[in-house]
Ligand binder design. Structure first.
Ligand code: GRF
Length: 202
């Protein structure tokens, strides 16, 4: 399964996916890393790993639809079967999301459906939750609302601030995303209506 990873920044989740995909038994290969920001640090990290990269600068496009069309073209040129959003900070148009329905994953730094949107760690602290974490889900037009593939939880410690909590969550993200991608690429996680069904390992 040919996977394109879309990033906007550091790309630490992308690196975790790329490193997992190096294992010959991993059911997917990363064929492209694409960023909306030409300056994204993750582009250099992908290149260092020998992965083809593209920068499609959203500021060069008059509107979201033409930007998304450029992304779609790059994905098709790369022969991508599946998209992993990993720290990708652009809202994709409904048309694009529907074209990739069932073939686009995202990782969100909270236990969805809690704390959608941004500043999730500050939201968790403000809510006083004792458990926080991250979620890999299929992308649907509604933001942070798609069928959940996998989650990982972390405890919230006394004295945590958003940075200390983020640091604990990101460790789990890097572990969770490769596992979730393997389930989907290995066709062990499949969409059944609005939910994900996980088949037990053979
Ligand atoms: C991570 O917290 C991820 O959950 C969110 O963006 C942050 C940065 O990710 N989507 P990365 O280091 O760029 O992969």
């Amino acid at each position: 399964v040919r996977v394109a990873v879309l990033i906007s920044g550091r790309g630490s989740n992308m690196v975790a996916l790329a490193e997992a995909a190096r294992d010959p038994s991993f059911p997917a290969e990363i064929v492209l890393v694409l960023s909306n920001d030409p300056g994204a640090e993750g582009l250099a990290r992908a290149a260092a790993l020998g992965i083809p990269t593209r920068a499609i600068d959203h500021r060069s496009y008059p509107d979201r639809a033409t930007f998304d069309a450029a992304i779609d073209m790059a994905l098709r040129e790369a022969g991508a079967d599946l998209i992993c959003l990993a720290g990708f900070m652009r809202i994709l148009t409904d048309g694009f999301v529907e074209r990739w329905a069932g073939r686009m994953l995202n990782i969100h730094p909270s236990l969805l459906p809690l704390f959608k949107g941004t500043h999730t760690h500050a939201q968790a602290l403000a809510a006083g939750v004792r458990l926080h974490g991250c979620t890999v889900h299929f992308v649907v037009p509604e933001l942070d609302a798609g069928p959940i593939v996998a989650q990982a939880a972390v405890p919230v410690h006394e004295g945590d601030d958003p940075d200390s909590l983020a640091a604990r969550v990101i460790v789990q993200e890097r572990r969770l995303y490769p596992k979730a991608l393997a389930l989907v690429a290995g066709r062990r996680a499949r969409l059944d209506g609005g939910r994900v069904v996980i088949d037990d390992p053979p």
